[in-house]
Design a protein around this ligand. Structure first.
Ligand code: FES
Length: 96
């Protein structure tokens, strides 16, 4: 599966393992959750008002389009949340 984003320059920070719908994924230290997910997937979550999927819009904390769920029930705004080791993201999207 390919992501919506791709890195244009390598990032040399520590590898941060996390999961997306139970599948192992990797980010780099300093990555925000939105970028970390979209490097692996084509969307962040299902659209709650229709059949589509969402991938954020403003990328700067204003539009509220990037809220994602974590397995522990928390919801976080992906574009302003740094990835943490072991973070268990739940997108609800079949194959992203
Ligand atoms: S993408 Fe707009 S608030 Fe996160």
């Amino acid at each position: 599966m390919s992501g919506l984003f791709r890195r244009l320059a390598p990032r040399t920070g520590a590898v941060i393992p996390f999961t997306i719908d139970g599948a192992p994924a990797e980010a780099r230290a300093g990555d925000l959750l939105l970028a970390a997910i979209l490097l692996h997937r084509r969307s962040l979550r299902r659209f709650e008002f229709g059949s589509g999927e969402r991938a954020g819009y403003c990328l700067m904390g204003a539009c509220q389009d990037c809220w994602v769920a974590l397995a522990d029930g928390r919801r976080v705004r992906a574009c302003t949340t740094p990835v943490e080791p072991g973070m268990p993201v739940v997108t609800g999207v079949a194959d992203g």
